[in-house]
Design a protein around this ligand. Structure first.
Ligand code: PEP
Length: 252
């Protein structure tokens, strides 16, 4: 059994006071207990405050990091810094990082290794553009991103990796993939993992779906056999809607 994992990606939103209030609202309102793993990924300048406010009741993640451990990399944070302030997760290869900031699979891969070396959980995002889906390239794109981003990850390390399938056309657009469309890609991702890591490891890895997840579609998406959680953008910015998604995961 894979424990559902719901993570909020706040992106470049909230003030410090809003972030602190939001994580407190999630911690106080979450009635799913240990049945659902819950995390929020806050802007890096607020991570310390959000970890303190979460008080161990909600996990906290960074939205990105650099692959080097330290040095002259102005504006970057390292995985060790994220860990130092109490993060447990780092989102890597989000489509906004790939498409706005030009991150390649090789860049994402270096970050995955840095995050694993720091003892944190990488949430590795993959997903196709609309034109790639429409031209029948979804499975090729996802395979290239999966294998490129996870190159050199050992069997043992793979056990702590989380994959997030986020079709780019569904992120922040209100256009959610149907449960069948999402499940088809999730099952394909699991097959790719099985080919590389074997069934025992592949069956334990959580694959989140991301792209316009809301309280009213979460339970149906999460009831699919290979959808093990959600990476949530817009709907993670209000405690009520994020809690509704956590409840949907608990019910599925
Ligand atoms: C995301 O940014 O990871 C995301 C899935 O956003 P939204 O839920 O707003 O589509």
């Amino acid at each position: 059994m894979r424990r559902p994992f719901i993570a909020g990606n706040w992106k470049m939103n909230t003030t410090k006071a809003e972030g602190v209030a939001l994580v407190k609202g999630v911690a106080e309102g979450n009635t799913a207990g240990d049945s659902v793993e819950v995390a929020v990924c806050a802007p890096s300048v607020y991570l310390d405050a959000v970890v303190t406010a979460a008080a161990g009741k909600v996990g906290v993640g960074a939205q990105n990091c650099y692959h080097e451990a330290s040095g002259a990399f102005t504006g970057e944070i390292s995985a060790a810094m994220a860990k130092d302030v109490g993060c447990q997760y780092v989102i890597l290869g989000h489509s906004e990082r790939r498409h706005i900031f030009g991150e390649s699979n090789a860049d994402v891969c270096k970050k995955v290794h840095a995050v694993l070396a720091a003892g944190l959980v990488p949430i590795v995002c993959v997903g196709e553009l609309l034109e790639e889906r429409e031209s029948g390239k979804t499975s090729d794109v996802v395979a290239e991103q999966m294998y490129g981003s996870l190159a050199g990850v050992t069997d043992e390390q793979m056990k702590s990796v989380v994959i997030a399938y986020e079709p780019v056309w569904a992120i922040g657009t209100g256009k959610v993939a149907t449960p069948e469309q999402a499940e088809e890609v999730h099952a394909g991702i699991r097959t790719l993992m099985t080919a590389k890591y074997g069934e025992a490891i592949s069956e334990g890895v959580r694959i989140q779906y991301g792209g316009s997840v809301k309280p009213d579609n979460a339970a149906e998406l999460l009831s699919q056999p290979n959808i093990d959680g959600a990476l949530v953008g817009g709907a993670s910015l209000k405690a009520d809607s994020f809690l509704g998604i956590i409840a949907g995961a608990n019910a599925s």
